[in-house]
Design a protein. Structure first.
Length: 69
């Protein structure tokens, strides 16, 4: 078995090349993954903002939506 001796800069360079190839070859998969990450970040932000706002009743929400709850 061959022993590999790579320094940190060489590992970073190899990783960047591999990541670039994955992005180019699997654009749809990468795009879906990126969209999910953005959605998760937005949801987390909305939840945190919601923790600092006053509570609203179910009825008030349905009244705003134009439905009867």
């Amino acid at each position: 078995m061959t022993e590999l001796n790579l320094d940190e800069d060489k590992i970073k360079q190899i990783f960047k090349i591999a990541l670039t190839e994955v992005i180019q070859e699997q654009k749809e998969v990468f795009s879906d993954l990126l969209a999910e990450i953005i959605e998760d970040i937005a949801l987390e932000k909305a939840i945190k903002e919601g923790e600092n706002t006053e509570l609203v009743s179910r009825e008030a929400i349905f009244k705003i939506l134009g439905n009867k709850g």
